[in-house]
Design a protein around this ligand. Sequence first.
Ligand code: FPP
Length: 232
Amino acid sequence: MANKLKKIPNHIAIIMDGNGRWATKRGLPRNLGHKAGVKAVEKTIDACLKFGIKYCTFFAFSTENWKRSKEEVDGIFALLRDYISKNDNIFLKKKVRLSSIGLLDPFPDDLKSALENMKRKTQDFDNLTITFALNYGGRDDIVRAVNSLIKAGETEVTEEKLSASLDTKMLPDPDFIIRTSGEKRVSNFLLYQMAYSEFYFPKLYWPDFDEKQLLKALKVFQKRKRRYGGLN
Ligand code: FPP
């Protein structure tokens, strides 16, 4: 069915909201919501491969998420580490490249090394690039980029120089941003990069997202007329 779609976004970026509410609704602890969220990530990656989407970026941990309880934060780190280690063969088999944006310094060593290992092993694949935004904030990304230009001796910033200094320098701008749970907020995600992105806010919680939901989203994307500030 998806091969009948004319416009497949090259890059989708997802704010996976509603894990906590999904769990609470079922009388479960929040971390079981994040665990179910990982399953939805797996389903989405397979659906991206099926639909021919080349880049998919997941907002997995924001610069603001450190405000959550240590238990919840540690739980998310453990899920990420296990997910990356467990998928060693799967990424290689499916030729999926793993990348990340955000400053990794504050993460536990086991998570950092699992991530760096997998990035290295998959760096030459181009079937699909999966990016996890980790300790990522759009403002932080811009500020770090400007500071790196100043450090390099630049005295004037251009859009080209700034884009080439952002964490996303290896990624095209997102065409389509999906935020689940019905909240209509950007929450400091890819602020500079989303200048011409299309947005979609399905009401369901992230753990309920799957191939069928992605297809539904892609059908919405078909109807969008992107003008980039020009005329049709
Ligand atoms: C937002 O829901 C979700 C997060 C802040 C964490 C998302 C993390 C994962 C799905 C696990 C990471 C693992 C991989 C493999 C990417 P919320 O907790 O804000 O939900 P709520 O608004 O209902 O409380």
